[in-house]
Ligand binder design. Structure first.
Ligand code: PMP
Length: 290
């Protein structure tokens, strides 16, 4: 069992100050907690260096703006604080969690006039469990819950309220003996998993759903870039479960899981040692190692 997150040691950056890990507390009546309006990021540290730091901080700022507030710190300041935090906490390989939220000045739903806060926490993380999963692949079920229509909420915002659903569907999958879900949209097209993007390999070409109703992940964009550099033909298209019957391999992408092979989507099975899948994994690993 890993140590709970309020029982660790280290330094956290909160609103411009470096403070003791266990002093990074907020009041129970914070607006961001009560109404789920906290925006956040997840960033990986490889060999002491944050991967795609600027892109993640830009997305944090954009998430806040999408739900109606501004960060009181410039992106450059947040990036510099992150670099410093990695040094202070002596992290080699780990994870960074920046977050921003409205404070306690009002309980009114609008949150007008609230001060906003920003935190950055970082810790060493051990990836052996994910390494093992990459050998066996993940087993997915199709969630009974559909992805919200693109005009139902700002789907490019990484905001806590939306992750209540991600948490729920992941829990449901695990309770049913699976690792994660595939979420369909209201027309039955594949969108993504609980918190990662989806790719399929059909023939020797790469397919991924159009990111017009779910987070266009930074890893997804990196994979598309790598694929283009490798000269792989890629298609951003509508994909259905029927299309998966023609796929030789499928995988999920995300900052934390990197490229995770999918063993099955319910009773459709895939190869784990597919050539293109392995090439992409190798290239991504090289990129994170430089
Ligand atoms: N979709 C959702 C809903 C996510 O939460 C994430 C993880 N942030 C992703 C996709 C993958 O995004 P990224 O590659 O930027 O981590």
């Amino acid at each position: 069992m890993q140590l709970p997150f309020d029982q660790r040691e280290g330094t956290i950056w909160l609103d411009g100050k470096y403070i003791e890990w266990n002093d990074a507390n907020i009041h129970i009546l914070s607006h961001g907690l009560q109404y789920g309006g906290l925006v956040f990021e997840g960033i990986r540290i490889y060999q002491g260096k944050p991967f795609k730091l600027k892109e993640h901080m830009a997305r944090l700022k954009n998430s806040a703006e999408l739900i109606g507030f501004e960060l009181e710190h410039a992106e450059a300041e947040l990036c510099a604080a992150t670099e410093e935090l990695i040094k202070l906490n002596k992290i080699e390989n780990g994870y960074i969690r920046p977050a921003a939220w409205r404070g306690t000045e009002t309980m009114l739903i609008s949150g007008a006039g609230t001060k906003t806060h920003v935190v950055i926490a970082a810790w060493e993380s051990f990836e052996w469990m994910r390494h093992e999963r990459k050998q066996t692949g993940v087993r997915l079920m199709v969630s009974k819950w559909r992805k919200a229509n693109p005009d139902a909420s700002p789907y490019q915002a990484k905001v806590a309220g939306v992750y209540a659903i991600a948490s729920m569907v992941k829990n449901e999958a695990e309770a049913a003996g699976y690792d994660d879900v595939i979420m369909l949209d209201s027309d039955g097209n594949i969108t993504e998993s609980s918190t990662s993007n989806f790719f399929a390999i059909i023939g020797d070409e790469l397919y991924t759903p159009i990111a017009d109703r779910f987070l266009n992940g930074i890893t997804r964009q990196t994979i598309l870039q790598i694929a283009s550099e490798l000269g792989v033909v890629t298609h951003e298209v509508k994909l259905t479960l029927d299309d998966l019957k023609r796929a030789s391999a499928c995988f999920l992408t995300g900052t934390a899981i990197e490229i995770m092979p999918i063993k099955s989507v319910e009773d459709i099975e895939f190869e784990l040692n597919n050539d293109l899948l392995q090439k992409l994994q190798y290239s991504y690993q090289r990129l994170t190692a430089t």
